[in-house]
Design a protein around this ligand. Structure first.
Ligand code: MG
Length: 386
């Protein structure tokens, strides 16, 4: 043997995924959310994956679909338990990309299930090497991420009261969910926010596909007047030509969320000039590596990224935090507020900290968060496990 490093590498290379457990969980939420589609109240379902390597290292992943957006938690559970399990078990822990390719070949769609496996595998690799997932993705370019809070409470007065507490405490980015109420009411809310906070906040608007392309431009011109940082997804997913006409007609940049899941969608967005920025979600694009690939294309086209969410809990948001920490182009902040403001509890032993309106990228290996079976069972209802 030429040196001991070679021997150590050879030993590590032999580690495989030896055990896989899947949990379908339901967590209570403490704040009703009106988004125009898929209004949420009561509980949120998610799927957690625990992988254990042959040398006993445990990694966690999370699939957080939303039925109006990417799919169902039940489908993610079945995908993991029945279709992906045979591919994951026995796979070398150091070959994450090979496993992603294998899963794509064996099962169409189910982006959320696949990213859950990827984050659990990278969590193992991080714990094995002492590196964070951001390190494994190329290293940090930022240590904190500006937090965007969504104004989506059916009771707008409650949201305004919340903002009055959050702004002095450092949160500066607020995204108003428009298109849920009548247009005049939306304008009244934007007016109330600008009157109260002026230009001291970074105001954004998200229609969640609510407008009809037929007369959207009239409403968007009214919104343009409030000078938001961007208008997110004004019309339904397929209407890229309408998105392009808004992007050229308005001063306010247009951000594509539902119109841009993955790199294939992004190519079309760029070809049609349908957006000025994109929302990047692990659950849409199906992987941390894929998200970085998506942003490489966006960078080349001059489109910044925004860290969006569905209804992720702490594990998936920790993965998103690691991704944004290591991806320069995702420069528009993130909306990772759920564990602090929406979920009553999370399955983490300790939540990823927020400080002065910023998510603090956690130190420590892997995802940088700790999960145990006890913390999971204490804070969520387990509907099924396999
Ligand atoms: Mg959105």
């Amino acid at each position: 043997m030429s040196n001991s490093g070679t021997h150590a590498d050879a030993v590590r290379e032999t580690q495989i995924v030896e055990r896989m457990r899947v949990f379908l969980i339901e967590s209570p939420i403490k704040m009703a959310r009106r988004q125009g589609v898929g209004n949420v109240g009561g509980t949120v379902k998610r799927v957690l994956v625990e992988l254990t390597s042959s040398d006993g290292i445990v990694g966690w992943g999370e699939a957080a679909p939303w039925e109006v957006f990417t799919g169902t938690a039940e489908a993610a559970f079945a995908a993991l338990d029945i279709y992906l399990r045979p591919l994951v078990l026995g796979h070398p822990v150091q070959r994450a990309r090979a496993l992603m390719a294998k899963m794509d070949k064996a099962l169409v769609g189910h982006a959320e299930a696949k990213v859950a496996v990827e984050m659990a595998l990278l969590d193992i690799l991080g714990h094995a090497t002492g590196l964070s997932i951001a390190d494994l993705l190329g290293g940090r370019v930022r240590d904190t991420i500006p937090l965007s809070f969504s104004i989506a409470d059916p009771d707008f007065a409650a949201d305004l009261a919340r903002m009055k507490e959050m702004v002095p405490a450092g949160t500066r980015i607020f995204k108003v969910k428009t298109g849920v109420h009548d247009h005049r009411e939306d304008l009244a809310h934007l007016e109330a926010i600008r009157t109260e906070f002026g230009d001291t906040i970074d105001l954004r608007v998200d229609y969640n596909q609510a407008l009809d392309p037929f007369d959207a431009i009239k409403k968007l011109r009214d919104v343009d007047h409030f000078a938001p940082t961007f208008i997110e997804q004004p019309v339904p997913r397929p209407h890229l030509n309408a998105m392009a006409s808004f992007a050229s007609a308005l001063d306010t940049p247009i951000l594509a969320d539902e119109s841009c899941y993955d790199a294939v969608d992004l190519m079309e967005v760029i070809r049609l000039k349908a957006a000025d920025a994109i929302s990047v979600k692990l659950m849409k694009c199906g992987g941390l590596f894929k998200a970085q690939g998506l942003m490489a294309i966006a960078d080349a086209a001059g489109l910044p990224g925004y860290g969006g969410t569905l209804w992720e809990g702490g594990i998936a948001l920790a993965a998103g935090t690691q991704l944004i920490a290591a991806t320069p182009g995702i420069s528009l902040g993130c909306e990772f507020y759920m564990p602090h403001y929406v979920l009553t509890e999370d399955v983490l032993e300790e939540r990823v900290p927020l400080r002065s309106g910023h998510v603090v990228v956690p130190d420590g290996p892997g995802l940088g968060v700790r999960v145990t079976e006890a913390s999971l069972r204490a804070n969520a209802r387990v509907l099924a496990e396999a």
